[in-house]
Design a protein around this ligand. Structure first.
Ligand SMILES: O=C(O)CCC(=O)C(=O)O
Ligand SMILES: [Fe+2]
Length: 309
């Protein structure tokens, strides 16, 4: 049995090269510059100065009560999707998602027919002391204990899937690295939707859990049944990561209303998506369609009942 099959997770340093990380920084800096200029044009923030970096601009947005996160995310939100809901699907993110080392990890676990699963997020976590008290999104503050299968619909229960979490900044004990409870439980534990989807202590003891710090460019890889969470960001720095998922092509992604694409294939090389613009159009079409449809749930957990005890 491999270490991954036994423990349900792996921590890998040096997966992503510096160039790929630098391209992510540059793409997000450009995006934030535009966002900030728009906020300024609307009179919401003071003019920027040349010494303000990406994170300084988020600081200002937080203080001004501006929704800064969704325009940076690489997915649509859980609800209230409109024709203009912002999101970010760009070339540097596509390069990260299809990075040969990332796909090699996924291939080692799932085999060569890989679909990029649309359950994917950027997490940009400010020092928690800076964040509004009511903010509870797991993309911005600490993440509750959960299994990733718990954030899919039932259609993915038989899907072979893996999560590859990539550190863009160092993830440390102070700034909110992940924590893991090693092992692959034989089934899904009951989750409850409180502020986030999570497993209460009654349904999973935290004994045996430990943190998994990793340097920028490193990865934490999870089986969909391995429980994990994050620590809070108690540092003075931002903690930045992307979590990507892959599944065996042809199986349900567990969020089938969102677009997926073939990221690697030995059976049908022509099916592999190479152009990030096509990816962006798939998301734009999805947004259009969902803005006109009734709400489609993204997971299956109630906010009361036995799983919340
Ligand atoms: O980055 C985090 O805080 C949580 C990430 C996570 O739960 C995941 O990647 O599946
Ligand atoms: Fe997760």
């Amino acid at each position: 049995m491999s270490q991954f099959e036994r423990d349900g997770y792996l921590v890998l340093e040096d997966v992503i090269d510096r160039g790929t990380i630098a391209a992510i920084h540059a793409e997000y800096a450009e995006l934030m510059d535009k966002m900030y200029d728009d906020w300024h044009a609307m009179g919401k923030v003071p003019a920027s100065s040349s010494d303000m970096n990406f994170f300084d601009k988020i600081d200002v947005a937080i203080n001004a009560g501006i929704e800064w996160y969704q325009p940076l995310d690489i997915s649509l939100p859980h609800s209230d999707i409109s024709k203009t809901t912002p999101m970010h699907i760009g070339p540097a993110v596509f390069k990260l998602t299809t990075h040969t080392n990332v796909l090699a990890i996924a291939e080692a676990i799932l085999g060569p027919e890989l679909t990029s699963n649309p359950i994917q997020h950027v997490r940009i976590k400010p020092p928690e002391r800076k964040v509004a008290k009511h903010e509870d999104r797991a993309h911005i503050v600490s993440t509750d204990w959960h299994q990733d299968l718990g954030v899919t619909m039932e259609s993915a229960d038989q899907t072979d899937m893996v999560t590859i979490w990539l550190a863009i900044t160092d993830a440390t004990l102070e700034n909110g690295c992940l924590q893991v409870k090693p092992g692959v439980p034989s089934e899904m534990l009951p989750h409850c939707t409180l502020n986030q989807v999570g497993i209460t202590e009654k349904h999973m003891s935290r004994d045996g859990a430990f943190p998994t710090p990793v340097r920028a460019g490193g990865a934490v890889v999870f089986h969909p049944l391995t429980p994990h969470a994050s620590l809070p960001n108690n540092s003075d720095e931002y903690r930045w990561s992307f979590d990507l998922r892959f599944n065996v092509t042809g199986q349900s992604t567990g969020r089938d209303q969102f677009p997926s694409f073939v990221a690697r294939s030995s059976a049908n090389a022509a099916s592999v998506l190479k152009d990030w613009r096509v990816w962006r159009s798939m998301w734009a079409e999805t947004r259009n369609r969902l803005s006109q449809s009734d709400h489609i749930p993204q997971h299956r957990w109630p906010s009361d009942g036995p799983s919340c005890a």
